[in-house]
Design a protein around this ligand. Structure first.
Ligand code: SF4
Length: 393
């Protein structure tokens, strides 16, 4: 207990997030101090973070300007791989591919533009101090910096998730403290698997709300007596799931779901969330079990266990290059290329967005905006109903 009466005056973003997502996970980790067992997804994220940290530290230490050589990056990658505890060629190769794509796009660096790597910050919030680390901070110009947070998620964040992410708000507060000259702070999630950056900003109201939230959550962590398990969509990634009775019960199908009446909408929503979390936990467990079976199938054609035959099969996916396909249709079916093009071709939005982004480098802002507006005007849009669920604090 310190002079403020708090056992932990120092909070960290990860500490707050852990308590917020599941008090039991917080207890197992910080109170009981049990050994965490990160799963492969977490290890893979840590591996890529470590590689990029070492590369950018080298850039700063050596005052390097130029293109980071892929051979250097791979050497660092191999060393970090050995420490990661990961195994499996497919995962190894995935990391190599991500690194290759990263260097292709961002390999040209100048140490003068790298302000910080794994920057520690200590942010006062009421009686607490939030301790954290920012992956990288770049200097953009005399009044702008970019806070870069690497992510290795498989799913791309929604715009709403990026615009309301608590961690990025805390980073903004820290950046204002550390680099007060920066009038503009860009907040960037760099999604390494997808090779895209998602940028966002914050209003003053969001910053103030985050400060209040830190204080409230900090007090909650101090006052906690019970630490209930909160089964959630991320339980399968939890580094204490093997020590958690609630997770064990969920995987064994021993969780009781109270069937709600359609007249009680609160209960319907509660049941829906509970079932959604359980489904995700079970689905992730199914994937884990399949990985074990797939590894056994590497050296044989089939595996017969518990009355089921398992085997790997190859599914062929065909794609048709535009030119030769239209030529065949014209030659053998007499279909004019214009008519065939209208019937068959649709431009993929993701690829178009990537192309427009590339083109933007050689365009002024006004022309780029006009290009986007014209493309938007020719787009054929369909509105599909989408069920959306997001937890609110
Ligand atoms: S597995 Fe889920 S419920 Fe259990 S401690 Fe982890 S987050 Fe909490």
């Amino acid at each position: 207990m310190n002079s403020n009466g708090f056992a932990n005056k120092h909070l960290s973003v990860s500490r707050l997030r852990r308590f917020e997502s599941c008090p039991l996970s917080f207890k197992l980790h910080y109170v009981d101090q049990l050994k965490a067992e990160p799963n492969d997804a977490l290890r893979f994220g840590s591996l890529l973070h470590a590689v990029l940290e070492r590369l950018y530290r080298w850039v700063v230490d050596e005052e390097f300007a130029g293109r980071i050589e892929e051979a250097r990056a791979l050497e660092v990658y191999r060393e970090e791989w050995q420490r990661s505890g990961l195994s499996g060629f497919a995962v190894f190769q995935e990391g190599v591919d991500i690194l290759h794509a990263y260097l292709g796009e961002h390999g040209e660096v100048d140490h003068r533009n790298v302000l910080a790597v794994e920057q520690e910050f200590r942010l006062p919030a009421g009686a607490f101090e939030v301790l954290g680390y920012i992956d990288r901070v770049d200097r953009i110009d005399d009044e702008t910096i970019a806070i870069i947070d690497y992510k290795t998620n498989r799913l791309i964040f929604t715009r709403d998730e990026v615009d309301s992410d608590f961690q990025l708000t805390v980073y903004l507060m820290a950046a204002r403290q550390l680099w007060p000259w920066a009038a503009k702070v860009r907040l960037v999630f760099h999604l390494l698997r997808h090779g895209i950056q998602m940028e966002t900003e914050r209003t003053e109201a969001q910053v103030e709300a985050a400060r209040d939230y830190i204080i409230a959550l900090g007090r909650q962590t101090e006052a906690a007596i019970d630490y209930p398990a909160r089964l959630n969509a991320n339980c399968s990634y939890c580094d204490h799931r093997n020590q958690c009775p609630a997770y064990r019960d969920a995987v064994a199908g021993r969780v009781e779901v109270v069937r709600s009446s359609p007249d009680d909408l609160e209960a319907v929503a509660r049941e829906r969330e509970q079932v959604a979390h359980l489904a995700k936990i079970l689905y992730a467990r199914k994937a884990e079990l399949e990985e074990v079976l797939k590894a056994q199938l590497e050296g044989r054609d089939t595996l017969e266990l518990a009355g089921v035959v398992y085997q790997m099969s190859r599914a062929t996916q065909a794609s048709y290059p535009v030119g030769p396909t239209l030529a065949v249709l014209e030659e053998l079916a007499g279909l004019a290329p214009d008519r065939a093009r209208d019937r068959l071709l649709v431009v993929d939005k993701g690829r178009l967005d990537a192309l427009v982004k590339d083109l933007a480098r050689n365009m002024n802002r006004a022309k780029h905006r006009m290009l986007k507006a014209h493309l938007d005007a020719v787009a054929e849009k369909t509105v599909v109903p989408r069920f959306y669920a997001k937890e609110v604090r």
